[in-house]
Ligand binder design. Structure first.
Ligand SMILES: *Cc1c(COP(=O)(O)O)cnc(C)c1O
Length: 385
């Protein structure tokens, strides 16, 4: 399906909505019926047609069609956050007594779910260095039901060979799931590589304007229906119709935004790679990445998210650098219109919860500003180190 068709037309059903070019927001919880027979019929179809918004809402329905098509999936579900989507996806696969193999540096709250929460229900996880396929093979047990990937992760960007892991899992009847937030559906489509469930944080590139928190799961009709009739309806972490509409609005420009952010990042990376105060640039498509060939094999391009290790003697120099940036806002997250800086020295690190990343690591997100402006800003801030 053409990207232009997905973004501009798929699922709009304009003829049903007065041919409104930008579709309506169905800001309502309930839909009523003309008689009892119609109601009985409507309740039977509560997961596919308007009855109660937790199950189905037309605005969310439009968004689901677009997201599924973007990932080359049969169906998609949208959640109140990326974490809610990830939790529902994982919990749909495992039960008491099951085992999960997960990459060793997934998103923070994915790690908490697997290492602290699910053990309460008898589900255990082995975390592995996902850069080597053999580590997955070694970690698989008789009761392994799920292999969970995040390629790349969003701080240090290690990759997994998605196709190889999917093949290994298939041969053993193990379900695979991946957090594909970093790449967005434009740069990497794991379903085409054999992955069963793809998760996204909709709060990043998909929303694209730092104004919503949302999450997405893409998979087969069968699996999406199963998740919907269990985790989705019972845990109830749905997106609001208004936020769904904002995501539809956001993805109208997904191609433009991701392209601009990724292309600007390439320029920024070239600048940083030869800067004397930068020890290392971390990004899947950096010349310094030992997994560059794998990145080229499974990703169409990089994204605007990267990290640098700064040559500094003490944390205060990293603070001076971060404070000196004028165009980069100091905060977490990424994927919006604005450049962001997220230094590890800004994250509270305690004895029981130590930050596993080097203190001189600074994550940068390259927004939609003129790349020359961004480079000049980085240049003057690096002088403060
Ligand atoms: C932000 C993020 C999440 C969590 O998404 P929320 O929408 O914040 O719940 C998960 N994975 C990655 C890679 C992320 O960047």
């Amino acid at each position: 399906m053409e990207l232009a068709h997905i973004l501009n037309h798929l699922g709009e059903d304009r003829e049903n909505y007065y041919n409104a070019v930008s579709g309506p927001i169905f800001q309502n919880s309930i839909f009523c019926f003309k008689d009892v027979a119609a109601m009985r019929d409507g309740i039977k179809k509560e997961l596919e047609a308007p009855f109660y918004t937790r199950g189905y809402n037309p605005t969310v329905g439009t968004l689901r069609k677009k997201l599924a098509a973007l990932e080359g999936a049969e169906d998609a579900l949208v959640f109140a956050s990326g974490s809610a989507a990830i939790a529902a996806g994982i919990m749909s696969v495992v039960k008491n007594g099951d085992h999960v193999v997960c990459v060793n540096k997934p998103y923070t709250w994915t790690k908490v779910l697997l290492s602290e929460y699910l053990p309460k229900y008898g589900v255990t996880t082995t975390f592995v260095d996902g850069t080597q396929l053999a580590n997955f093979e070694k970690a698989i047990q008789k009761n392994t039901k799920l292999i969970y990937l995040e390629s790349p992760n969003s701080i240090t960007f290690e990759l997994q060979d998605i196709e190889a892991v999917a093949k290994l899992a298939r041969s053993k009847g193990i379900t695979t799931m991946i957090d594909n937030s970093y790449s967005s559906p434009l740069a990497q489509n794991p379903i085409s590589m054999g992955i069963d469930i793809v998760a996204h944080s909709g709060s990043k590139y998909l929303g694209g304007h730092s104004d919503i928190v949302a999450g997405v799961l893409c998979s087969s009709h069968k699996r999406i229906h199963e998740i919907m009739s269990k985790e989705f309806m019972t845990l109830g972490a749905i997106i609001s119709p208004n936020d769904a509409w904002l995501m539809i609005r956001g993805i109208r420009t997904l191609e433009l935004r991701v392209k601009r952010s990724a292309e600007s990042a390439e320029k920024v990376i070239s600048f940083l790679e030869q800067h004397p105060k930068v020890e290392k640039v971390l990004h899947p498509f950096s010349k310094q990445n030992p997994q560059l060939d794998l990145a080229k094999k499974q990703m169409k391009h990089g994204s605007g998210l990267l990290s640098i290790l700064i040559k500094a003697e003490k944390p205060s120099q990293i603070e001076s650098f971060s404070n000196a940036l004028k165009y980069f806002l100091l905060t977490c997250s990424w994927g919006g219109y604005e450049s962001l800086v997220f230094p590890m020295v800004g994250i509270p690190s305690t004895a029981e919860n130590p930050n596993p990343n080097p203190w001189n690591l600074v994550r940068l997100y390259i927004g939609l500003e003129d790349p020359e402006v961004i480079i000049q800003d980085l240049k003057q801030a690096l002088e403060k180190v």
